[in-house]
Structure formats: structure tokens, C-alpha cells
Design a protein. Structure first.
Length: 144
């Protein structure tokens, strides 16, 4: 995704714009104070500094590219995290359904054992007939 206002100016653009701006702004006025601010430093305007500016511009462009790559990676990571969260939520729901099913089966088994004990107390073959909780021969109903 390129930046909106990325623009590389060459020397002709810069020097040409200074002359045209000066002409448009100072048409008939020639105030010394305004001329001082528009004149700028004397000497070569864009000689050796131009290389430095280009070097800095290249570094800025590299940083922009790296930042764009990082933003893309962060967005992709966020999408993967969303997918993992969805999978995790589905597995939590599945575990809850399994636990509810297990509880249902345990309750049903317990009711069946209670019915069996009510009809035939010796159906498990215990010495006490399923009445004593401490009887080890009747421990099947008490495990639940």
C-alpha cells in the first residue's frame, strides 16, 4: 500500500518553483524584508546537499516499506488469532456438550440402579442387600 503523498522532487522542480513563487508573491512589491526571507542562503543551492537529501529520502522510503510489511504481518496475525479463537470457542462448546452427555448417562444409570435395587435388593449379590453404604460387596450403586 503506497503512501498517498509520496513525491520525489528533482532540482528543476525546486528551483523553478522558488522563482515562480517569488514572481507571483512579489509582483509589484519589493520589500527588502520579504526579499530577505525569500532569498535564502547564498552559494550553490542544491549541490552536495542534494546527495544527502536523496540518501535520507531513500532511508525514509525503506522505513516506509518495512512499516507497511509490518502492518501487513500484524493484520495477518490478527486474522489467525481470530481463527484460533473461533476454534477454541467451538472446542469449549463441544466439551460442555460432552460433559452434559456424561452427566445425563450417569443420572440415567443411577436411576436404573435405584429401580433395580427397589425391585430386587439382592440383584447385586451384596450381603446387606444394597442398604449399607459401607458394604464393599454393594459398592456399585455407591460409586455414582
Amino acid at each position: 500500500m503506497p503512501p498517498k503523498f509520496k513525491r520525489h522532487l528533482n532540482d528543476d522542480d525546486v528551483t523553478g518553483s522558488v522563482k515562480s513563487e517569488r514572481r507571483n508573491l512579489l509582483e509589484d512589491d519589493s520589500d527588502e524584508e520579504e526579499d530577505f526571507f525569500l532569498r535564502g542562503p547564498s552559494g550553490p543551492r542544491f549541490g552536495p546537499r542534494n546527495d544527502k537529501i536523496k540518501h535520507v529520502q531513500n532511508q525514509v522510503d525503506e522505513v516506509i516499506d518495512v512499516m507497511q510489511e509490518n502492518i501487513t504481518k500484524v493484520i495477518e496475525r490478527g486474522e489467525r488469532l481470530d481463527e484460533l479463537q473461533d476454534k477454541s470457542d467451538k472446542r469449549i462448546l463441544l466439551c460442555r456438550l460432552i460433559l452434559l452427555s456424561i452427566l445425563y448417562v450417569i443420572q440415567k444409570a443411577y436411576r436404573i440402579m435405584q429401580l433395580l435395587l427397589a425391585t430386587d435388593p439382592n440383584s447385586f449379590g451384596g450381603k446387606c442387600g444394597g442398604v449399607d453404604a459401607n458394604c464393599y460387596s454393594c459398592e456399585i450403586p455407591y460409586l455414582i
